[in-house]
Write a protein that binds this ligand. Structure first.
Ligand code: ATP
Ligand code: ZN
Length: 304
């Protein structure tokens, strides 16, 4: 038994069968009950955002190496990225691989990078896709995505997984359109969490940008209020967890992927991201591990 409250909560989730241990920190299977909550949260989000006319896109949890490079993710978070490697050798290389395996040595050294990188944030495939269509119309664009995302951040905290789902709305257009979108979702997000019977606070975010240049990026993010988070105290009241994120990229992504407005200026973009596992875990922690026993008003919102 571990006394750390994070680990204790994880053990409780695994013991109850809600999460299925897979032998790696932050990698879990999910039970039917867990998935029914994720689905209900996802439907609730569609219930609030579905009337805005977003274009639905669903991508597998991977992007091309080229799009990954263009996103400049490696500048900010090299430590979180997950690239897919494969065996590309001949018979001799295969023998070497098998004997390394037999000797319990590292058999991965001969693996080569494929053209595929695991998606770090659900919205990444959207920008190059929309940019390929040419300049945006005057009303801009609005896209709805949902994807598993990978981040190499193994952790004992159940709210910090290596593979988790992000539901997002992405707004592409003028600075005004994007800022209005973000304001609207900050309001909607707070209402949603209140209806789920959960405590929450909004704050500017502090992302773990890597290395020395990362310090500058972090200061810039804070000073320009580029990202807000809706934080919920899940296990530790002193360390609330970001369950929703509200991002304003200015024209950074538009420059990376040459996405223009009708006026030929670079577009601005922003996104709201819902961490579906984190919201689910917040509900389980605050209302108990059996959703059938949750407060009836919360159940009515999730399963109308
Ligand atoms: P944190 O600061 O806690 O690492 P983040 O700021 O990196 O989170 P975003 O990049 O904004 O998170 O991702 C969007 C949403 O995805 C977050 O609001 C959160 O709900 C969810 N999320 C991010 N990282 C994880 C993770 N490791 N496990 C589960 N959910 C996550
Ligand atoms: Zn996003």
């Amino acid at each position: 038994m571990n006394n750390d409250p994070q680990t204790a909560f994880r053990d409780e989730l695994v013991r109850s069968g809600l999460l299925i241990s897979m032998g790696v920190d932050g990698l879990f299977g999910r039970s039917g009950v867990f998935e029914s909550i994720v689905e209900a949260v996802d439907h609730y989000i569609t219930g609030i955002g579905g009337g805005d006319g977003a274009e639905v896109m669903r991508f597998p949890p991977a992007i091309s190496k080229q799009v990954f490079e263009e996103s400049e993710y490696l500048k900010s978070f090299p430590q979180l990225a997950g690239t897919v490697h494969s065996f590309m050798g001949n018979d001799r290389d295969h023998q070497a691989l098998l004997s390394a395996l037999d000797r319990k040595e590292d058999w991965t050294t001969g693996q080569k990078a494929t053209q595929i990188v695991l998606t770090p944030a659900a919205c990444y495939p959207v920008y190059p896709t929309v940019a390929k269509r040419g300049p945006l119309p005057a009303k801009g664009a609005l896209v709805d995505v949902l994807s598993y995302c990978f981040r190499h951040e193994p952790s004992l905290e159940p709210t910090r997984m290596q593979l988790f789902r992000m539901r997002e709305y992405i707004r592409l257009g003028s600075p005004e359109q994007v800022q209005e979108f973000r304001e609207l979702w900050i309001q909607r997000g707070q209402t949603m969490i209140k209806e789920f019977g959960l405590p929450a606070a909004i704050d500017v975010a502090n992302d773990p940008f890597f290395g020395r240049p990362g310090k500058m990026l972090a200061v810039n993010q804070r000073d320009q209020a580029l990202k807000f988070e809706l934080l919920i105290p899940v296990v530790n009241p002193e360390q609330p967890v970001a369950c929703l994120s509200f991002n304003y990229h200015k024209d950074k992504f538009a420059q990376n992927w040459q996405l223009k407005q009708e006026s030929d200026e670079f577009a601005h973009t922003g996104c709201v991201g819902f961490g579906l596992e984190r919201i689910t875990l917040s509900l389980l922690k605050h209302h108990g591990l059996n959703p059938a026993e949750w407060p009836s008003d919360v159940r009515a919102k999730l399963w109308p």
